[in-house]
Design a protein around this ligand. Structure first.
Ligand code: HEM
Length: 357
């Protein structure tokens, strides 16, 4: 077991070492010079996301340069004005958008008489936040360049900018754009597509694979659980007196106390008590120390397929930061809409024309 772990760890670090040495032109951060391996071999399966990233639906970096030159700056300003909680919410919004019907801003659609049960009313989405940041960005964009920038691209830029901000600029990557907005949004599609907090590794792997993401992407993206908060109801099954949870006893006792007052089961707690507002690899140390909230987080330590990746990310902050950005770009390719099957919404909460079924 120990040998297997070391082998996976070595492979992971070598893999990330290879991408770390590729050109990162146009990046504000990432890691260039200090590769963990001295003589890396470029790995075709993990190409750099810039300057010619692998994209779906004709996405490309700099898509708005000639259409709305300040588009990315406008989104960034809106994100910068938000507090750390909403920034965490924006990272999660992007994930929840992409996993249900692709990255098409379907998660932003509000209930209407035509469509009373959109995605945002699905159980996993009831705790989403950051919508007002997207709305503020969209209002500013419509004033600058009416009808040009999609809400789906705003979500992708905002997820990137929130990640950059919460990592102190260390996670910085170029976002290919050109997504169109979808006009179908169904609450019934959320539970089948979004992983639950009690999922084990086979289930997590299958749900990420369904979106074109592999185990390495999944483990890297899970580092987002180093920011933001969770409702107690999402992990209360792991607290005493329930048995079968391997959560660190001191954390379990603290969570139990924090969840008990003042209002009970739906208090919220930080996902990472050590660096709650910092997007960093503390998450992986928490996984190793049994100090994570969800069974799905704890599961990463229990599977031979993920344990080495957890140790590798804990070992190399820079390697994980790079891979996180790369996986965000990859997630952003999910089932992207084009002009043929999408639109550029005027406001992000409503389709331009009523839903026609
Ligand atoms: C691996 C499968 C995942 C599961 C089972 C999962 C589950 C959850 C749950 C249950 C919460 C707490 C919701 C609440 O009670 O308020 C949460 C929060 C969060 N998740 Fe995940 N998640 C997963 C993957 C991801 C990914 C891929 C990302 C982003 C890349 C992400 C980003 C976040 C963030 C930032 C929060 C905190 C949000 C806030 O403070 O508003 N999660 N997740």
């Amino acid at each position: 077991m120990a040998t297997a772990k070391l082998a996976v760890l070595g492979t992971f670090i070598a893999l990330l070492g290879s991408v770390s040495c590729q050109t990162q032109s146009g990046y504000g951060g990432g890691y260039g010079g200090s590769s963990p391996t001295p003589t890396p071999t470029p790995t075709p399966s993990y190409p750099s996301p810039a300057p010619t990233p692998p994209t779906a639906g004709g996405l490309r970096v700099g898509y708005y340069d000639d259409k709305c030159p300040n588009a990315e700056a406008i989104v960034k300003a809106a994100v910068e004005a938000a507090d750390a909680g909403k920034k965490a919410g924006l990272v999660r919004l992007f994930f929840h958008d992409c996993f249900v019907r692709g990255c098409d801003a379907s998660v932003l659609l509000k209930p209407t008489s035509d469509n009373p049960q959109p995605e945002m009313l699905g159980i996993p989405n009831l705790s989403l936040r950051g919508f007002e940041v997207v709305d503020a960005a969209k209002a500013a964009l419509e004033a600058a360049c009416p009808g040009v920038v999609s809400c789906a691209d705003i979500l992708a830029f905002a997820g990137r900018d929130a990640s950059a901000s919460l990592s102190g600029g260390a996670i910085a990557f170029a976002v290919p754009a050109g997504r169109y907005d979808g006009n179908v949004s169904l609450a019934s599609e959320t539970l089948p597509n979004l992983p639950p907090p009690f999922a084990d590794v086979p289930r997590l792997k299958a749900m990420f694979a369904a979106k074109g993401l592999d185990t390495l992407d999944m483990v890297a993206l899970s580092g987002a659980h180093s920011i933001g908060r969770s409702h107690c109801s999402s992990f209360s099954d792991r607290l005493p007196p329930s048995t079968g949870s391997d959560m660190d006893a001191a954390l379990a006792a603290k969570l139990k106390a924090d969840c008990a007052s003042p209002t009970g089961a739906d208090n919220t707690v930080p996902q990472d008590y050590r660096t709650p507002d910092r997007l960093d690899n503390q998450y992986y140390m928490n996984v190793i120390g049994h100090k994570v909230l969800f069974a799905s987080d704890a599961a990463l330590l229990k599977s031979n397929e993920t344990v080495g990746l957890v140790y590798a990310a804990a070992f190399s902050q820079k390697a994980w930061q790079y891979k996180f950005g790369e996986a965000m770009v990859k997630m952003g390719n999910t089932e992207v809409k084009t002009a043929a099957n999408g639109e550029i919404r005027k406001v992000c909460g409503f389709v331009n024309k009523p839903y026609s079924g």
